[in-house]
Design a protein around this ligand. Structure first.
Ligand code: AMP
Length: 540
């Protein structure tokens, strides 16, 4: 027998309608690309999103079409999130930190019909516009006063003109909750970035779950500043969860440095913020240098890379709790958080730190397990380590426009590429990664790409790239190199060899020369062993 409750679809537009109705005067504050602080309310954001939805229809954007964005965290980006998805189209956030060829590939693969971008990215878009085969309209996210006098982009539209020239009368359409809502690409080990296509259902369920007290704990009493960019997995879903709960939103714009973050935390009374460790290090350095105290910031959610214990200690001195979040683009992104349980209340600081430095226990809705290389499940005893697999309603079932590959098991689990232990209480701890990538300041660098380039150098016999802990960037690439017999090359020569071949920030920071690299009996390079050898490596 079926239950008899209403079958109302979970739609993103309903989040905004709710905020407009019950949190209409709650503020959304943005540091704009143009400079000044912009402030308005959920009521005004909802009104402008409806205007934008009308404007999109005017541009010919239909149900299922993709609209790309290259934008920082700001109110216009927020409006695009809701207008595009709310209208039944796909909000495709593109990471502007990637190289031009990757950005073009992503926009073409996503088949974006319209591209909306912040002023900061005008030169980048001008460079690639001719290669964007599906984009019919380019919209600069600014007002008339800031439109460029000259640009190589034909018929460049002005966002404010577009919004203001349309009515705010718009009925958000109702459709199946499994309709695609947004798209985000993640850089893999090899080849082109892969798209993760979220649905309205997965996004709303993720907003519910990530708002829970033991997840990110979002409420109408919170003032939340997502420092994690809105082009990284929908800003960890915060634009949706904050809207669902009516939390005050502070969007820090293009300036993610210690000065701007500190200023916003203090002036806007931010109670919760979220981002990768690199930004908190900049904030803490700014406070230390200038003898500043952080007031009122109850919690920092640290994810994307491991939260160092020293950072947790330093934030505790400001009265700020660190909550570690583990997630992935493929998970929308929230998977686990490192919150204590009832039995941990009153525990001493070392015990608490032990919990906080773990990646955490699953949020309800996310199933986790570890398996060995043969796929056999391993015990959750805090000792056995293996490949982490996950499943759940906001975990991807396959990559966008790709065949099923070994990213999923036959019984429906997603392979994360993280190697972890899980203890009896469910706390997961990352010990290594099987995916061959390095994460620097929250962005991926492909080790294989670095290796392929270096083995092209005439003196190099074999090269391996590993990520080594770095005080500012969490991890930076170190090259372990074996030279050909009789050949010679210096560190500077090899580093110089990368020039012009990759983005500057991908360039390895150092090279170590070895007699041989560790291999298995079958000749496979043992990265784990190599990472172990250089785990205490000191950057010069
Ligand atoms: P992304 O898809 O770019 O968000 O990257 C996801 C990957 O980042 C995960 O599979 C982990 O390897 C890493 N990661 C995410 N959160 C954490 C964390 N709290 N600690 C350590 N690594 C993390």
């Amino acid at each position: 027998m079926r239950g008899q409750m209403m079958d109302q679809p979970l739609l993103i537009s309903a989040l905004l309608k709710h905020a407009e109705t019950y949190h209409g005067d709650t503020e959304i504050v943005s540091r704009t690309v143009e400079g000044p602080i912009h402030r308005y309310t959920y009521r005004e954001a909802a009104r402008r999103s409806r205007q934008l939805a009308n404007a999109l229809a005017g541009l010919g954007v239909k149900h299922g079409d993709a609209v790309g964005t290259l934008a920082w965290n700001g109110y216009r980006h927020y409006e695009i999130y809701f207008a595009v998805s709310g209208a039944g189209a796909i909000c495709h956030t593109v990471n502007p930190r990637l190289f031009a060829e990757q950005i073009s590939y992503i926009i073409n693969h996503g088949e974006d019909q319209v591209l909306m971008f912040d002023l900061s990215f005008l030169p980048q878009v001008e460079q690639i516009a001719a290669e964007l085969t599906t984009v019919r309209h380019f919209v600069l996210m600014t007002d008339k006063a800031n439109m460029p006098r000259e640009t190589s982009i034909d018929n460049l539209l002005c966002y404010e003109d577009l919004v203001n020239s349309h009515s705010d009368e718009y009925e958000w359409p109702e459709f199946d909750e499994n309709t695609a809502s947004s798209l985000c690409y993640t850089s893999g080990t090899t080849g082109n970035p892969k798209g993760v296509l979220y649905s309205h259902r997965s996004t709303v369920l993720h907003a519910f779950a990530s708002s829970l007290p033991d997840s990110l704990d979002i409420s109408a009493q919170a003032c939340v500043m997502p420092v994690v960019p809105m082009f990284h997995v929908n800003g960890w879903g915060l634009p949706y969860s904050c809207t669902m709960n009516g939390a005050k939103l502070v969007l820090p714009g293009p300036k993610m440095d210690g000065v701007n973050l500190y200023e916003l935390i203090e002036s806007e009374n931010v109670t919760m913020t979220a981002g990768v460790p690199t930004v908190w290090m900049m904030l803490l350095q700014h406070c230390q240098r200038n003898h500043l105290k952080i007031h009122g910031l109850k919690r920092v959610v640290i994810g994307g890379s491991a939260a160092p214990e020293s950072m947790i200690d330093q934030l505790a001195e400001h009265g700020t709790e660190v909550r570690q979040l583990w997630g992935m683009t493929e998970l929308s992104p929230c998977g686990t958080t490192s919150t204590p349980k009832f039995k941990h209340i009153g525990c001493d600081t070392p015990t608490l730190r032990q919990l906080q430095t773990k990646q955490g226990r699953p949020i309800y809705g996310v199933g986790i397990r570890i398996v060995d290389d043969g796929g056999k499940p391993l015990p959750h005893d805090g000792v056995a380590f293996g490949n982490l697999q996950v499943r759940g309603p906001w975990v991807l079932s396959r990559y966008f426009k790709r065949e099923l590959d070994n990213s999923h098991t036959d019984d429906g689990w997603f392979n994360t590429g993280d190697v972890v232990t899980i203890d009896r209480d469910g706390y997961m701890k990352i010990t290594d990664r099987t995916k061959d990538v390095i994460k620097s300041g929250g962005e991926w660098i492909s080790s294989i790409e670095l290796e392929n380039i270096l083995v092209g150098h005439p003196a190099v016999a074999e090269a391996a790239a590993i990520g080594v802990v770095h005080p500012k960037w969490d991890e930076r690439p170190l090259m372990a190199v074996v030279l050909k017999p009789g050949a010679s090359a210096t560190r500077d020569e090899l580093i110089g060899y990368y020039e012009g071949k990759i983005a500057k920030w991908w360039t390895p920071d150092d090279v170590v020369f070895l007699e041989e690299l560790p291999h298995t009996a079958t000749g496979k390079l043992q990265k784990m062993k190599l990472r172990e050898m250089f785990k205490d490596y000191q950057w010069k």
